[in-house]
Design a protein around this ligand. Structure first.
Ligand SMILES: Nc1nc(=O)c2c([nH]1)NC[C@@H]1CN(c3ccc(C(=O)N[C@@H](CCC(=O)O)C(=O)O)cc3)CN21
Ligand SMILES: CC(C)C(=O)C(=O)O
Ligand SMILES: [Mg+2]
Length: 285
C-alpha cells in the first residue's frame, strides 16, 4: 500500500500561500494518533496539555521532558505518515542554549518527533534560532501560554488593548525572524489573529483565535467530548460524544458481568467432549 506523504514545513507554508486551511489535532497515545492519521489531519501536536487531559494535573507545569518523549514515541508509532510536533515542556528551553539544544535533541532522537513547539515571544528567539540552525523545525506559540499561567493569572483572552496587541505582533515577527516555521495563536481576539496572520509569511494555527488564521488546532479530548474536565471552553466545538459512548459501554459491561449475561457460550472455549468427559464427567450440565 502506498503511504500518504507526511506534511513538511514547506508544505504547511504552501498551504498558507494557497489559502488551504491547516488542520491540527493533539494526540498523546497510539489509538488516538492512529484515528487522527486516518481522519487525514495535516499535523498532530503531542501537546503538554497531556498533563491536563491524560495525566490528571491541573496545569501543564508538572509535565516532564520524559513524559513528552514517552507519549511522542507512541504517537509516532501510530502515525508514521503524519507531521508530528511535540511541545517542549515547562522550563526545558529557558536555560543555556546548550541545555535547550540537548532537550530538543532528546525529543527528536528519543521521541522521534519531526518538530518541536515552544511558548513565548522575543525572549525565546535565541532558543528558536539555535534549534532551527541545528535542523530542528520550531513552531512558536503566542497569546495565552499555559506554562506561564501563574504569571498571567488565568486562562483569559490575551492582547485586548493596543499596547499588548502591538507586543504580540512584534513577538510573532521576532519568532518568524528567528526561524519559526509556524506559530500557534491561543486565546487572542479574532481581529488581532487576522492581522498577525496577514503580517507573517509563515502560517498561524489558531485555538480560540477565530476563523481568520491559516489553520486550527484543538485538544483531542475537547473535540471529542472525552473526559476533559476543564470548564467548557467557548472556543471548543465538540464533534462527538465519546465520553457518553464509553460511559454507557462500561455500565453495560458491569451490568452484564453482574447479571451473568456476559460471557455466554459464544465467548467461551471447550475441550473435546471425550477429554472433558474422562476428566470431569459430561461437559454439558
Ligand atoms: N483540555 C484542554 N484543552 C485546552 O485547550 C488546553 C488544556 N487542556 N490545557 C492547557 C491549555 C489551557 N487552556 C485553556 C484552559 C481554559 C480556558 C478557559 O477556561 N477559557 C474560558 C475563558 C476565556 C475568556 O473569556 O477570557 C473560555 O470560556 O474559553 C482556555 C484555555 C488551553 N489548553
Ligand atoms: C492547545 C495546544 C496549542 C497546546 O499547546 C497543547 O495542546 O499543549
Ligand atoms: Mg501546549
Amino acid at each position: 500500500m502506498e503511504q500518504r506523504k507526511a506534511a513538511t514545513t514547506a508544505k504547511l507554508r504552501r498551504m498558507k500561500e494557497t489559502g488551504n486551511p491547516i488542520s491540527v489535532i493533539t494526540a498523546y497515545d497510539y489509538p488516538s494518533a492512529m484515528l487522527a492519521e486516518e481522519a487525514g489531519v495535516d499535523a498532530i501536536l503531542v501537546g503538554d496539555s497531556l498533563g491536563n487531559v491524560v495525566l490528571g494535573y491541573d496545569s501543564t507545569i508538572p509535565v516532564t521532558l520524559d513524559d513528552m518523549i514517552y507519549h511522542t514515541r507512541s504517537v509516532v508509532r501510530a502515525a508514521q505518515s503524519t507531521f508530528i510536533i511535540t511541545d517542549m515542556p515547562f522550563m526545558t528551553y529557558h536555560g543555556s542554549i546548550d541545555q535547550t539544544l540537548h532537550n530538543a535533541a532528546r525529543i527528536m532522537q528519543e521521541g522521534l518527533a519531526k518538530s518541536i513547539k515552544m511558548e513565548g515571544g522575543r525572549e525565546i528567539a535565541d532558543a528558536v534560532r539555535a534549534c532551527t540552525m541545528a535542523g530542528i523545525p520550531v513552531m512558536g506559540h503566542l497569546g495565552l501560554t499555559p506554562q506561564s499561567i501563574h504569571q498571567i493569572g488565568g486562562y483569559k483572552i490575551q492582547g485586548k488593548n493596543s499596547a499588548q496587541a502591538q507586543q504580540l505582533l512584534d513577538d510573532a515577527k521576532a519568532l518568524e525572524q528567528a526561524g519559526a516555521y509556524a506559530i500557534v495563536l491561543e486565546l487572542v481576539t479574532e481581529q488581532l489573529a487576522a492581522h498577525i496572520t496577514e503580517q507573517l509569511s509563515i502560517p498561524t494555527i489558531g485555538i480560540g483565535a477565530g476563523p481568520r488564521c491559516d489553520g486550527q488546532v484543538l485538544v483531542f479530548h475537547d473535540a471529542l467530548g472525552y473526559g476533559s474536565d476543564l470548564a467548557p471552553k467557548r472556543f471548543v466545538k465538540t464533534y462527538a460524544d465519546a465520553g457518553s459512548l464509553i460511559r454507557n459501554g462500561l455500565k453495560q459491561y458491569v451490568n452484564e458481568v453482574k447479571s451473568r449475561t456476559f460471557p455466554t457460550k459464544e465467548h467461551a472455549f471447550l475441550m473435546e467432549d471425550e477429554v472433558a468427559g474422562a476428566l470431569y464427567g459430561s461437559a454439558k450440565k
